[in-house]
Design a protein around this ligand. Structure first.
Ligand code: MLT
Length: 263
C-alpha cells in the first residue's frame, strides 16, 4: 500500500486486525525484512510495516534524515491509519528511530521492542566513516554499501545462500539519496541514553547471540537502563535475527505480547 504522509510517499504493509504492531526496519533494508513476522502475527494483531523514507519503495528526500524524522514519518502514518497506541518494534536503525519515537510521542506508544540496537551515539570515527560512505554513494551508487552490509546481516555460521540472496534483495531497491540521508542522520543522532529511564511502557529487548554489527552487550545494557525491560538472546542468529531465526524470534515476541498490559 502507499500513502503520502509528512509530504512523502511511503510504501507500507497493513494486514490483520487488533492491537497495532508496528515494525520499523533497519539500514539499508526495507519492510520485507519483517515478512516472517507479518505472516506470523497478522492473525491476532494489526501488523503495519513501512519502508522508511528513501529506502525500499518509499520516496527519498535530499539531505540528512534525523532519526526524529523517521519517527515523525511513522507517527504521521499511524495518524493516517487512525491507529490506537502501538506496540513499536524497531530493528537497529529502526531501533534508533523507535527510541526517538519513545521520546517525542510517548502517548502513541503501548509497548516497545528493541531488536539488535543500542542507545548510544556514533563515535567521531564511526560518524566520519558514515560521512565518507555517504560521499561514495553520491559518486558511485549503493552497490558498495550492499557489499559491505549484506555479509554482516546473518550469523557467520549461516551458509544458507538463498537467505543471503533475500537479504541483498531487501537492500537493492533503496535509493542513493535515501541511503545517504540515513547515513548522515545516523551520524548526527543524539545519545538516547538520558531518556531510557523515562520509558514507561513494557519493553522487550531482543538480540541475535552472534550479532557482530551491534553487539549483544548493547542489549544487556538497554535491558538494565529501561525500567522493567526483559531481554532475550536468540542463538544461531546474527544482526537480522528476526529474519534469520523467525521461529525463535516470534516465540520470544509472542510470549512477551501475552502480558495483559499489551492486550
Ligand atoms: C542497521 O542495521 O540498521 C545499521 O547497521 C545500524 C548502524 O549502522 O548503526
Amino acid at each position: 500500500m502507499r500513502a503520502t504522509v509528512n509530504d512523502i510517499g511511503l510504501e507500507y504493509t497493513d494486514e490483520g486486525e487488533g492491537v497495532p504492531l508496528f515494525f520499523i526496519h533497519g539500514f539499508p533494508l526495507c519492510r520485507e525484512a519483517w515478512s516472517k513476522q507479518v505472516e506470523a502475527f497478522k492473525a491476532r494483531f494489526r501488523v503495519i510495516a513501512p519502508d522508511l523514507r528513501g529506502l525500499g519503495g518509499s520516496e527519498a528526500t535530499e539531505g540528512p534524515v534525523p532519526m526524529g524524522r523517521f519517527a515523525e514519518d511513522c507517527y504521521k502514518l499511524m495518524q493516517h491509519l487512525q491507529l490506537d497506541p502501538v506496540i513499536l518494534v524497531g530493528h537497529s536503525m529502526g531501533g534508533y528511530a523507535a527510541l526517538a519515537f519513545a521520546k517525542i510521542y510517548p502517548h502513541a506508544l503501548r509497548g516497545l521492542v528493541l531488536v539488535g540496537t543500542k542507545a548510544g551515539p556514533d563515535s567521531p570515527e564511526t560518524a566520519a566513516a558514515r560521512r565518507a560512505t555517504a560521499e561514495a554513494v553520491g559518486r558511485d551508487g549503493i552497490a558498495s554499501v550492499v557489499e559491505a552490509m549484506a555479509p554482516k546481516m546473518l550469523s557467520a555460521n549461516n551458509a544458507d545462500a538463498g537467505m543471503a540472496a533475500d537479504v541483498r534483495g531487501f537492500m537493492t531497491p533503496s535509493k542513493p539519496a535515501g541511503v545517504i540521508g540515513a547515513l548522515l542522520g545516523m551520524a548526527e543522532r543524539p545519545d538516547a541514553e538520558p531518556w531510557l529511564g523515562k520509558i514507561r511502557v513494557p519493553t522487550l529487548i531482543v538480540t541475535g547471540a552472534d550479532d557482530t554489527l551491534v553487539l549483544p552487550s548493547e542489549s544487556t545494557h538497554l535491558a538494565k537502563a529501561i525500567p522493567g525491560a526483559q531481554v532475550r538472546f536468540i542463538p544461531k542468529a546474527g544482526h537480522l535475527v528476526a529474519f534469520e531465526q523467525p521461529e525463535a524470534f516470534n516465540a520470544a515476541l509472542q510470549g512477551w505480547l501475552a502480558q495483559p498490559l499489551l492486550q
